[in-house]
Design a protein around this ligand. Structure first.
Ligand code: E4P
Length: 218
C-alpha cells in the first residue's frame, strides 16, 4: 500500500518525506485555504513547490463543476508538473471529465466517494485513483472501512484498474485496516503516519536495552 500525506503544508510534507516512506500527496481546496494560499498564481506556485518536494503523485483539485470548466482547469493543473494528478469530484460532469482526461492521457483522482456505486462509475470512467472518505462516513454513523472492503471486492472481481485511495483518515488504526482490506493507497495526516510508530513496549524495551548497554561499557 502506498502512503500519501493529506496536507498542503510544506513543513509537514518535508517531515513525512524525510521518513523515506512517502509516495505522494493529496490536497483539496480546504487544505490549500488552511495554508493561506490565495489567487490562481499562488495556487499554481504552491502545487509546483509540493511537486518539487516529493517524488510521487500530487493530487490537485479542480473547483469547476461543469464539464468544460473541469477540463480546462484540469489541463492547466496537469501542465504544472508531471507529478500532478487532477482531482475531480464525483458529480455527473465530473464523470464525463474523468473519461475525457483518461482518453487524453491525464491522470485523475475521483474524490468525494461515499458508495460502491460511485466507485464503479469512477472505475468505468477510467479514473487513475478514486477516494472513499472513510472518516466522514464514520462521522455519519456508518462504517467507512466496510466500504473499502466492498469496493476492494468489486474491483478485484471486475478486474478494474482504478486504484483505491483510502482518504479522510483519522487514526493509525484506519491505516492498518485500509491495508488489511486491500486499499492501494492511504492518504493520511502526518499525526496518523507518526502514530504508527508508537507502542509502549517499544519504548520500555528500548529504555532497558540502553540501560543494559551502559553495563557493557562500564
Ligand atoms: C482526500 O483526498 C481529502 O483531501 C481528505 O482525505 C479529506 O479528509 P477530511 O475528511 O479529514 O477533510
Amino acid at each position: 500500500m502506498k502512503f500519501f500525506i493529506d496536507t498542503a503544508n510544506l513543513d509537514q510534507i518535508k517531515e513525512a518525506n524525510d521518513l523515506g516512506v512517502l509516495d505522494g500527496v493529496t490536497t483539496n481546496p480546504s487544505l490549500m485555504a488552511k495554508e493561506g494560499i490565495k489567487g490562481e498564481e499562488a495556487v499554481m506556485k504552491h502545487y509546483e513547490a509540493i511537486c518539487d518536494l516529493v517524488d510521487g503523485d500530487v493530487s490537485a483539485e479542480v473547483i469547476s463543476t461543469d464539464f468544460k470548466g473541469i477540463v480546462e482547469e484540469g489541463k492547466k493543473l496537469a501542465a504544472i508538473h508531471p507529478h500532478i494528478v487532477v482531482k475531480v469530484p464525483m458529480i455527473k460532469d465530473g464523470v464525463k471529465a474523468l473519461k475525457w482526461f483518461s482518453d487524453n492521457g491525464i491522470r485523475t483522482n475521483c474524490t468525494l466517494i461515499f458508495s460502491a456505486g460511485q466507485a464503479i462509475l469512477a472505475a468505468k470512467a477510467g479514473a487513475t485513483y478514486m477516494s472513499p472518505f472513510i472518516g466522514r462516513i464514520d462521522d455519519s454513523n456508518w462504517d467507512g472501512m466496510e466500504l473499502i472492503g466492498q469496493i476492494s471486492h468489486i474491483y478485484s472481481v471486475q478486474e478494474y484498474k482504478t486504484q483505491i485511495l483510502a482518504a479522510s483518515i483519522r487514526s493509525p488504526l484506519h491505516i492498518v485496516k485500509a491495508a488489511e482490506l486491500g486499499a492501494d493507497v492511504c492518504t493520511c495526516p502526518l499525526d496518523s503516519i507518526l502514530g504508527l510508530l508508537k507502542h509502549p513496549l517499544t519504548d520500555i524495551g528500548l529504555a532497558k536495552f540502553l540501560e543494559d548497554a551502559k553495563k557493557m561499557n562500564a
